[in-house]
Design a binder for this molecule. Structure first.
Ligand code: ADP
Length: 521
């Protein structure tokens, strides 16, 4: 892959910066060969070349990050921070702006546990597997909340607002105080960390005055070099059920029933309703079911459902805590779910000390990667791209959105994979599109398909919670109140903090003045 230079940077200027980076991190931790560039590419992207990094630099400490940022600002080199760079479906390790240098913090792996408060101070390179192994090795009774693909880092997931499945599923809301390198190289600690040596940094989120933690999530205002995260105490018992619903329209009552229990607080985890596709694309390939192009037919869907014993929709509900409390709550949960006449209810029970079923790791905070097998659905070079609008917790509105989206999947000839993940008051309707990179005609349909979905959702007032690099500008465009006042505010802050515009230009559709011309329509 030929190197692409960022706008306004000469080959000599880039060379000067790389040499300066090497003086900070050692030549072994600067990567700028063709093979290196390939390593940091987004393999799932429709067109990888749009987001080719020029290379990467991998610091080991906050001080090294500060030194790199200063060199980048002096030489006007855009840098793109990643923790472990496994942001699959959203851009992986690749930068928004081609030619950027990836700031790879995967070598920064310190973990500091505070058992009394049940929190950990993490560096960006700590993966879910690293933290899980650490807790196991030290026999610490604290649980993680892992995403469906847990290969990445805990901080990267929390900063991009990824989802897990336990009561602590929204990792970003369990952040409590960050250490951040600003684009001018200054170092700040948020919350109570603003007071040197305060024992309350990890305990109280807000500090004094404006609270900044979320200003660094999905943003390009700073590089997070440390974060405190609260972990869930191991419960005495996890009790619940796997529920299957027969018909597409059953989605409505299922959402209304779960939503009420979730808002009331009886159900405290973040359950995710998924459609019939979820087992087939992990355990089988498409050619085992059909040789027909276009969306899977109703016949094939019926065969898939029969083979795996699935409804049109299914959901796993889990109650965490004391045995007596979860037993009482289970009775109420069961009554509520029986009332909407499910196709099947399969009770589940785990008590402290019991063995765990590895395929159910998500409910127990055990990292997993097997769901990634879905990219082999077409049997060749695969990938997935997400379309994830936020909806109200309303069965009626969710069913309408489902019909709209499913019709588009059929129109564009795509296989429908959908989930509806509960937050406290909202739903995130994560639709994963499995792509076949060996089929050029298919790949040509992907971009218009996703743009159509984004436009359809906007008409309803629904915006995405997270998106692929290709659509950051498009999605930012849909947040349009008062002539895009939020984007104007973001860019005012961006220009104040980062006048050289070097930190992740384009992230979340926020472009510094220095690169304003790069905004995609
Ligand atoms: P993971 O480690 O889970 O694979 P990534 O490293 O791919 O996650 O991070 C996801 C996104 O979050 C990145 O594309 C980047 O925009 C942002 N990000 C990740 N780590 C940091 C960080 N330490 N500081 C600021 N932004 C970050």
């Amino acid at each position: 892959m030929d190197p692409v230079l960022p706008p306004g940077v000469t080959a000599a200027g880039m060379d000067r910066a790389l040499k300066a980076f090497a003086r900070v991190v050692g030549a072994d931790n600067v990567f700028a060969t063709a093979e290196d560039r390939d390593t940091y590419a987004d393999k799932f992207a429709i067109d990888e070349t749009k987001h080719h990094a020029y290379g990467a630099v991998a610091p080991i400490s906050t001080e090294e990050v500060r030194a790199i940022v200063k060199i980048a600002a002096e030489n006007r080199i855009p840098i793109w921070p990643i923790s472990r760079g496994k942001n699959f479906g959203y851009g992986q390790a690749a930068p928004e702006l081609a030619g950027s240098i990836v700031l790879d913090m995967s070598r920064m792996k310190k973990i500091e546990l505070d058992l009394d408060s049940g929190s950990v101070l993490l560096e960006p390179g700590v993966g879910f597997y690293d933290l899980y192994d650490y807790l196991q090795a030290h026999k610490v009774p604290l649980w993680l909340s892992v995403p469906g693909n847990s290969w990445g880092s805990v901080i990267g997931n929390a900063l991009d607002r990824g989802l897990g499945y336990t009561p602590y599923g929204e990792n970003t809301s369990k952040l409590c105080g960050l250490e951040v390198v600003l684009p001018d190289g200054d170092l700040v600690r948020t919350g109570m960390g603003a007071m040197a040596n305060s024992p309350t940094w990890k305990l109280y989120r807000y500090g004094f005055g404006p609270a900044w933690d979320q200003m660094f999530a999905q943003s390009n205002f700073g590089i997070v070099t440390k974060a405190n995260l609260w972990l869930m105490p191991e419960p005495e018992q996890v009790r619940g059920m796997d529920v299957e619903m027969d018909l597409p329209e059953d989605l409505g009552p299922l959402i209304d029933t779960i939503g009420a229990l979730r808002r009331e607080g009886l159900l405290q985890q973040s359950p995710t309703i998924g459609n019939w596709f979820r087992a087939a694309n992990i355990l089988t390939t498409r050619s085992q079911w059909t040789d027909q192009p276009g969306s899977l037919s109703d016949d094939v869907i019926a065969k898939i459902r029969k083979k795996f014993g699935l409804g049109w929709w299914g959901v796993s509900l889990r109650l965490y805590g004391r045995e007596s409390v979860t037993n009482a709550a289970y009775t109420i949960l069961e009554q509520a779910l029986q009332a909407i006449k499910p196709m099947a209810i399969k009770p589940q029970l785990w008590r402290r000390g019991d063995a765990m079923i590895p395929s159910q790791g998500g409910w127990y905070g055990i990292p997993m990667t097997f769901p990634m097998q879905n990219i082999n659905w077409f049997g060749g070079r695969g990938g997935h791209i997400g379309f994830s609008p936020i909806l109200p917790q309303s069965g009626k509105l969710a069913v309408e959105q489902f019909h709209r989206t499913y019709a588009r999947y059929k129109e564009f000839g795509m296989d429908y994979q959908a989930s509806f993940a509960f937050g406290e008051r909202h739903l995130i309707n994560v639709n994963a599109l499995l792509v076949n990179k060996d089929d050029p005609a298919f790949m040509k349909r992907v971009d218009p398909f996703l743009r159509t979905l984004i436009a359809d959702a906007r008409k309803q007032g629904y915006g995405e919670y997270r998106t692929h690099l290709d659509y950051m500008d498009t999605v930012a465009e849909t947040y349009d109140f008062n002539n895009h006042a939020l984007r104007r505010l973001n860019e005012k802050v961006k220009n104040a903090l980062d006048p050289a515009g070097i930190l992740a230009p384009g992230k979340s559709g926020i472009w510094p003045a220095a690169y304003a011309k790069e905004r995609r329509s």
